[in-house]
Design a protein around this ligand. Structure first.
Ligand code: KIV
Ligand code: ZN
Length: 518
């Protein structure tokens, strides 16, 4: 390894595996692929695409992601069981570069109560699992689950055993988010000093955020010798989440004096990745969240604004542009043609075929008529919205709403259900309630519950497009729907329909000739 390689930090993103394990955060195949492509484009080194044995959906997602990643290594998770490892290997088969990630608990608490295995049996399982994984690929990661609560001597033995069996990456998770930075750094330093074959593997850290210390612990791990960090976009993940990728990457970029490391991440894609994930999952980003919160670069107080005008560095340690938060460019107007739209979309990363471009162009013209200025973010919302509506069984046709203080509020809604137009006029407690009731009147779905209804503005101004997320639950399964429009009520209806269409697809997978309603 050269001196520069020694300081290169491998970014292992687990948004699609540990992140997707957050309650209510499940994504469908198309959504997972969208996130995976973004991660690949932004320079993530390893994408953990799922846990193939967990469900046929996870298996399919890992396979599809494996097929289409250009640069990233695709990883699949596996317990220390032959069936898990074989499922991972099979799902990862189409990948250009694949990694099997196998794990077992090593702490006294987990071994006794969760696994009910002796330490010796755990060591045997490590050898078996890593050797099995190595039959399928040379790139095998082994994780010591609950590593931060594992006794030093046993952790050293387990790590040495895994490396001897063929593991090329050794991951030390703080599974329950219990560690404190000094302590976690010391644990990694201890492994670097005591495990005789440690130089034959890359040491990785995987920290959860139960005490709000996941990023600090991960960086302490790197300062102690780790060279891979496992993290997620927006820090999503089990319970309080995982270490946030954007915080890690920007901390390294902003403090080279104390963190003399490099990542391969194109930081200008951070904001887009954060927003796309938030829209897909319906998990809002708190306004004061570091790097990607709506207020992260806002300066409210007069003293700060005055300082900023004199020299931005007075109150700004990194530029908004460095995370892709440019003042959205005015791109096109209502007189712009199809060629200009195509070129602009290409610049934004969307290479559309002729039919898709025609549809987006038609919607762009409608938008440009309603909205004075059309920005980059408006176009992104438009294309993403268009791709959602393709092939849906229930399609939006028209909506008229009576709203305001002189109720009752009502919605007159027309939908096309499997090609046939249906209409309902319904009153509700407010316009959104009336719209959702009108959808239910046309397509009854009494077993499902609305869990989340969230609205945010794509750009500034009162003519901004609203982007709405709706989460529905039916028989323990949740789906998220998105919709965007300059009219918040139309966007709400589109988001609800998107979620409902997904529920129908889920139902159809269990019952092939499912009827969407009368
Ligand atoms: O938190 C954890 O311990 C994990 C392992 C499976 C790596 O997610
Ligand atoms: Zn985890």
């Amino acid at each position: 390894m050269s001196a520069t390689d020694r300081n290169r930090i491998i970014i292992f993103d687990t948004t699609l595996r540990d992140g997707e394990q957050s309650p209510g955060c499940s994504m469908n195949l198309e959504e997972k692929l969208r996130i995976a492509h973004l991660l690949d484009d932004m320079g993530v080194d390893v994408i953990e695409a799922g846990f193939p044995i967990a469900s046929p959906g996870d298996f399919e997602a890992v396979t599809e992601i494996a097929k289409s990643m250009k640069n990233a290594i695709v990883a699949g998770l596996a317990r220390a069981k032959p069936a898990d490892i074989e499922a991972s290997a099979k799902a990862l088969n189409p990948a250009k570069r694949r990694r099997i990630h196998t794990f077992i608990s090593t702490s006294p608490l987990h071994m006794k109560y969760k696994l009910q295995m002796s330490p010796e049996a755990v060591l045997d399982a490590i050898v078996q699992s890593v050797e099995t994984a190595r039959k399928f690929t040379d790139d095998v990661e082994w994780s010591a689950e609950d590593g931060s609560r594992t006794e030093d001597d046993f952790l050293c033995k387990a790590v040495e055993t895994a490396i001897r069996a063929g593991a090329t990456t050794i991951n030390i998770p703080d599974t329950v988010g219990y560690a404190i930075p000094d302590e976690f750094g010391a644990r990694i330093r201890m492994l670097m000093a005591r495990v005789p074959n440690i130089d034959r593997a890359i040491v990785s850290v995987h920290c959860h955020n139960d005490l709000g210390l996941a990023v600090a612990n991960s960086l302490a791990g790197v300062q102690a010798g780790a060279r891979q960090i496992e993290c997620t976009i927006n820090g999503i993940g089990e319970r309080a989440g995982n270490a946030a990728m954007e915080e890690i990457v920007m901390a390294i970029r902003t403090r080279p004096d104390l963190l003399p490391y490099k990542t391969g991440i194109e930081t200008t894609m951070i904001t887009r990745a954060s927003r796309t994930l938030s829209t897909i999952t319906g998990f809002p980003v708190q306004p004061n969240k570091a790097i990607v919160g709506a207020n992260a670069f806002a300066h409210e107080s007069g003293i700060h604004q005055d300082g900023m005008l004199k020299n931005a560095q007075t109150y700004e340690i990194m530029t908004p542009e460095s995370v892709g938060l440019t003042k959205s460019e005015l791109v096109l107007g209502k007189h712009s043609g199809r060629h200009a739209l195509k070129a602009k979309l290409k610049e934004l990363g969307f290479d559309l075929g002729d039919n898709a471009l025609d549809d987006v162009f038609a919607r762009f013209k409608v938008l440009a008529d309603k909205k004075k200025d059309v920005f980059d973010d408006d176009l992104i919302a438009l294309v993403e919205d268009e791709s959602l509506r393709d092939r849906e069984r229930i399609q939006f046709v028209a909506l008229a709403v009576h709203a305001g203080s002189t109720g009752p509020q009502s919605a007159d809604l027309t939908l096309r259900v499997d090609g046939e137009e249906k209409q309902a006029c319904v009153e509700g407690n407010g316009p959104v309630d009336a719209i959702f009731k009108a959808v239910r009147a046309i397509v009854p779905h009494t077993d499902s519950r609305l869990l989340v209804y969230q609205v945010h503005a794509v750009t500034g101004g009162t003519d901004a497009q609203a982007e709405v997320t709706v989460r529905l639950e039916e028989n323990g399964k949740t789906v998220n729907g998105q919709g965007s429009d300059t009219d918040t009520l139309v966007a709400s209806c589109l988001a609800y329909l998107h979620a409902l269409n997904k529920l129908l697809t889920k139902r159809m997978k269990t019952k092939p000739d499912c009827d969407p309603g009368p």
